[in-house]
Design a protein around this ligand. Sequence first.
Ligand code: OXD
Ligand code: MN
Length: 586
Amino acid sequence: MTTNADLAAWVKSVAEHTQAARIHWCDGSDAENETLVARMLEDGSLLRLNPQTHPNCFLHRSAPNDVARVEHLTFVCTAIQEDAGQNNNWMAPAEAHRVVDDLYAGCMRGRILYVIPYLMGPYGSPYSRAGVEITDSAYVVANMRIMARIGARALAHIEAGNSFVRGLHSVGDLNPNRRYIMHFPEELLIKSIGSGYGGNALLGKKCHALRIASWQARTEGWLAEHMLILGLEDPSGNITYVAAAFPSACGKTNLAMLVPPAALPGWKVWTVGDDIAWLHLGDDGQLWAINPEAGFFGVAPGTSSKTNPNCMGMLGRNAIYTNVALSPDQQPWWEGIDGPQPAGLIDWQGRTYDPKLGPAAHPNSRFTVAANQCPSYSIQANAPEGVPISAIIFGGRRSTVAPLIYQALDWEHGVFAGAAMASETTAAAVGQVGLVRRDPMAMKPFCGYNFADYWSHWLSFGQRSSRLPKIFHVNWFRKDHDGRFLWPGYGDNMRVLKWLVERCQGRIGAVRTPIGYVPRTEDLDVAGLDISRVSLEALLAIDPTIWVREVADIGAYFASFDARLPSALAAQVARIKGELARQLAA
Ligand code: OXD
Ligand code: MN
């Protein structure tokens, strides 16, 4: 129950409309979690994993048609369509309410309605924001308990008079034809039905902390971004904080927890967040970042002690796994995990594993685990003021075109580099994998308003401060002519980050090219790495002929935003085109 009359009235009206059997206000306590887990073990929505090897760990198998975010069923419902922009599906608010409200009618009959008050961001931070999710899924409650700060303190924050985002979620009948993820930014409201999958159902994450928060951030002068946050400690003990945006399933979690190679002694990475950053301009003119989340909802396949030892170090306890495979001794298993594949695997759908039926673990199978279990968790991760960001990284998955790293010439060019980002699609969203699509700032699925206005908002920071972070672009995924990755990636990405830190500290040179500052091959520390000079040159090469095509493509994409496109971005296209033409003519 609550003393907040608006909240009480909303919960009451939802309970009546959905005909929930009863209402449970979540307090986030261990006892509550134990009751919910026991209930889920009984109804089969959770399976207990091996308590010897994985204490307090569980497996959840979602409906096979409900395994990823559904961008085509995700809507931003603003009063004026252009405010949502061509980057979002749009429906008029009144119609959207009607469509989903019809589906909510009676949808919780015989079920418990859980009310989850939650806080996104550290306790006591002026940047933290509250929300309340109503859901009929105990699995959602258990995941929200890990991913956000739920319960009494969040409710107290709301009852103290702070605004909150309302999120209504029901698994409905899990029919994809009756599945919608609706956002009403003008009402600070989310309505989601028909899916129990993470990004569609854990409403604090993508729906609130990105889509609704990005809208709020524009009106209030801050940024809500799809970015990891990490601290890079150099051998002198100095920590440079970096925020990095990559499209889904491009290794953000691995990068956030990177373990530097032994050949770079004295370097260390501290994890603040792996998915979302809220960035505010401080009185000192620096951008300060908090991670609004309290846990990780990471992609399991490919995670191993080689690709992410820190992650493996936190996955053995208190974790919820979704759609991974199961070994005969009840341990979670996925493609790419350490060791040989055990005989007698059960696949993610609960069938005896048969390679003819596909992979054992779903390619978008996940783990949910508390951030404070991470061995590299930063002591600054809960600092109310956040951490000061010295560099922003944009990155994509590109087999060709983009070099291993470049630094933007200035803020305006950096915003261009982010807006022009492109990446090959992955399994994190429903749809064809491996197509190149423009994914500005990795926010294509998550920006709650018109991208053209979003880029103007980014550019406006250039007028507000002269102490903004430097902006870089990276591509770990460049391939050679035979389709082999040129760069080893994972821990060795620290070598690229070392150059970045040294650029921030003004200690290392670079070559000025039309697309930005690129390291000379000798500037990258490849001590102890088996890589040829030819490969290094290929990784750093900028082919002006290919870039002429790339910039034409970027220009055409920008032009589709018509008159709302900020002129500074069109000017960057013209500048780069001109410089490339002069280079080709020389
Ligand atoms: C995620 C995603 O789950 O980006 O973080 O899809
Ligand atoms: Mn993400």
